[in-house]
Design a protein around this ligand. Sequence first.
Ligand code: 5RP
Length: 221
Amino acid sequence: MIELNKIKKTVAWSALKYICPGTVVGVGTGSTVSYFIEALSTIKHLIHGAVSSSCYSTKILKQFGIPIYDLNTISFLKTYVDGADEINPDMYMIKGGGAALTQEKIISSVADTFICIIDESKKVKKLGSFPLPVEVIPMAYSYVSNELIKLGGIPKYRKNVITDHGNIIIDTYNLQINDPVSMENKINSLPGVVTVGLFTLRTADIVLVGTKFGVDVIKNK
Ligand code: 5RP
């Protein structure tokens, strides 16, 4: 565990060199990103501030004295830095372990460059071992769960979690994600679904992979 935290910290700090001075930085959510925020605070005098993907990250950013910007007030977002729960060789990801998938999808879609910071356990050949998170409007829980069962999944209500938008998370086990693009579209088109945690339309541009030996850099073609 200590070793894993060290790897997360190293990979998070390595993302600093991709931050352009004089810009607002998009900031994701999660334990790896929390280390990134700590790193970002050391260059806070060089950046304008951050657009945050969750109340959780906003709190940490504020603790470090990094100004928060509303996404609607900025015209350009150079870089978005976030983690992932799984990533495959096409750079498709499962995200949402921290329940911030909707904001993460919005901010990453706006950003020019998505830098994904992970430890190597997140690299997979096929997506789906990690239960796929789906943010759902509460009244649609039963309907969406039944539709996820039709897709071959086993939906499980994430207990004690209400998203920043007042919605619930359904974690979907056992899905065979053979075609991630079509799965993202199918689940996103269900009424009541706010967002599915599959990221195939907005993939990572650069993946920084923390290992015991250092940080590997993978660039999307
Ligand atoms: C939050 C996410 C995170 O990026 C993902 O869960 C990875 O988190 P961690 O860095 O703690 O492993 O998608 O919604």
